[in-house]
Design a protein around this ligand. Structure first.
Ligand code: HEM
Length: 533
């Protein structure tokens, strides 16, 4: 009896213990949720209210589905207006709010926290060139962090400087020039497939959805230039990353509102974990192979691709590695994520602008034929540096339709001040690049129009301020891959212009949509006509 009673007591005690533990977990979870969703936003908003800075308007944005619905409504009546590219107030709801208060700081509600929108260029420069550590990167959502890891985009302080020292040499112009061959070879393959489709058509014309094609192309380019001979494994990493990207974006809002949701064994989390393992295992095997090969005599070192150059810089002269294996893996993931969609959209929007401005298309074609030679002449990096008009058009594309429409920062210290307003620690700062790129005070009265000639004296003289073009951001955290992207875009445009005349297909709907990057919501169909078939 005694024995039985004892076991009953200990059973009851265990149940009680589990119940208390569960209650503690639930209370912690609730506390974290309240702090994140209620208390912190309230504290930040109150600190602003005390200084007289209020929304209007506090606007509620609950993510892509709501925005895309309103975007669909806003774009349904849009017609393509060739002379004006001032689409933003019409199709991007959050930018509509910014327009009304443009030039000042103002608060908006960013789903989970108040965000201070910064519309003055002087403040933008102060934030982006900050060296005192006042303005850092906001904490990345867990799903995006899982996708890119703690690579250059998210690291801070000394860690960021250490990473940047290792990665910088891979993006030096002399190294990038050696990659032009791989870029042109990948683009050449796509263009040959268009040629054969156009040649097979009686009209010599073919309609191609170029957005999709450029996504594939830029993925191929980054796989080749980052992983050289391990390209096939690199492509596998890319495909897994692409699925991870899809999972990350679809769960962005759930994970943001429900603390700890990323750890629950849901179907999508299980798939995500499997893909993350695959990405990691494949990258470890590529890196191990490369390190082993570099030790062999006469192997020529780590290789001339982005990974090889990064490993070489990492080894250092004293043999002490600056970055760990995990950090190198995170940088490889970052190359894929940061360097692929962005460049694809640059090419897509350049095709759109040249397809709607045939006189510019013809000027560029003449320049390409003059500097790069006819369709059978290989594209060289030196010829690409002579393409002044092509460069001007690409800059104008980045100004009007830059892939990154918004850069975010967060105040990391208590004493940040903007426009005489004390900004509490933990405040999200939004820099609306797309709005600033249309500022008439900065760019002149034709700010809303396509006018590549504004860049004729160089990017630093195109506007009232030398660093007004924010497409790659400015300051120490500006894009490390900007020369890479420009070379790739120039090589691809040169190859297309030599082989095809093109125009935007009549079925195109002008609906630029900001799904993390700015893209034509319904793709970009282009009619390509083979030149000298
Ligand atoms: C047209 C193409 C591109 C555009 C418009 C673009 C735009 C940007 C912008 C605006 C930033 C700053 C983000 C911020 O401060 O929050 C950035 C950073 C970065 N980009 Fe790009 N990018 C492009 C291509 C590339 C390519 C090709 C690569 C690499 C292969 C790349 C790698 C990076 C990295 C690693 C950073 C973080 C730099 C740091 O914080 O040190 N980007 N990019």
């Amino acid at each position: 009896m005694l024995g039985m009673g004892g076991s009953g007591d200990s059973g009851g005690g265990a149940v009680l213990l589990v119940a208390v533990a569960l209650a503690a977990v639930a209370a912690t979870w609730l506390w974290a949720a309240l702090a994140r969703l209620v208390w912190r936003p309230y504290a930040v908003a109150r600190a602003f209210a005390r200084q007289g800075v209020r929304g209007p308007p506090y606007r509620l944005y609950f993510g892509n589905s709501r925005e895309s619905n309103s975007m669909r409504a806003a774009t349904s009546g849009l017609t393509l207006d060739r002379s004006s590219h001032d689409f933003i107030p019409r199709v991007m709801p959050q930018h509509r709010a910014w327009t009304s208060l443009y030039g000042k700081v103002f608060l908006l509600w960013n789903g989970t926290s108040p965000a201070l929108c910064v519309g003055s260029y002087d403040m933008v420069k102060r934030i982006l060139s900050d060296k005192a550590g006042l303005y850092g990167k906001p904490d990345p959502p867990p799903s995006i962090l899982a996708l890119m890891g703690m690579g250059l985009v998210f690291t801070e302080g000394d860690d960021w400087a250490r990473h940047r020292r290792v990665v910088n040499p891979a993006f030096a112009m002399d190294k990038l020039k050696l990659m032009t061959g791989a870029m042109a070879a990948c683009a050449g393959e796509v263009i040959r497939s268009w040629e054969s489709r156009a040649a097979a058509a009686t009209t010599g014309e073919v309609t191609v959805e170029v957005g999709h094609q450029f996504t594939e192309l830029t993925a191929d380019v980054i796989s080749h230039t980052a992983f050289g001979s391990s390209y096939k494994q690199g492509k596998e990493v890319f495909l897994a990353q692409r699925e991870l990207q899809f999972i990350a974006f679809t769960s962005l809002n759930t994970n943001r509102f429900v603390p700890g949701a990323q750890y629950a064994p849901t179907k999508s989390n299980l798939r995500r974990w499997r893909l993350e393992r695959k990405v990691r295992d494949t990258l470890v095997s590529i890196i191990d192979e490369r390190m082993a090969a570099a030790k062999e005599e006469g192997s020529g070192g780590y290789g001339r691709d982005l990974l090889g150059l990064m490993l070489e810089a990492n080894a250092g002269e004293d043999g002490n590695r600056a970055m760990s294996m995990d950090e190198i893996i995170d940088e490889c993931k970052t190359f894929f994520f940061a360097g692929h969609d962005t460049t694809s959209h640059l090419l897509t929007w350049a095709m759109f602008l040249l397809g709607t401005h045939p006189e510019w298309q013809q000027r560029l074609r003449e320049e390409v034929l003059r500097e790069c030679g006819g369709a059978d002449t290989p594209i060289t990096p030196d010829a690409l540096t002579k393409l002044k008009l092509v460069t001007m058009v690409l800059y104008e594309t980045l100004r009007l339709y830059g892939a990154v429409t918004l850069v975010a920062r967060m105040t990391k210290k208590a004493d940040a001040e903007l426009c005489g307003v004390k900004v509490p620690k933990g405040t999200l700062l939004l820099i609306p690049i797309a709005m600033l790129h249309r500022d008439e005070e900065m760019w002149g009265p034709d700010a809303g129009e396509f006018n590549p000639l504004r860049f004729r004296d160089g990017v630093g003289r195109a506007a009232a301020q030398p660093s007004a073009l924010l497409a790659f951001s400015v300051g120490p955290r500006s894009c490390i891959g900007q020369d890479f992207a420009m070379l790739e875009a120039k090589a691809t445009m040169a190859l297309i212009l030599r082989r095809f005349a093109f125009e935007v297909a009549p079925e195109y709907v002008h609906a630029p949509a900001d799904f993390l990057t700015l893209q034509p919501m319904q793709g970009l169909p282009i009619v390509l006509k083979l030149l000298d078939p």
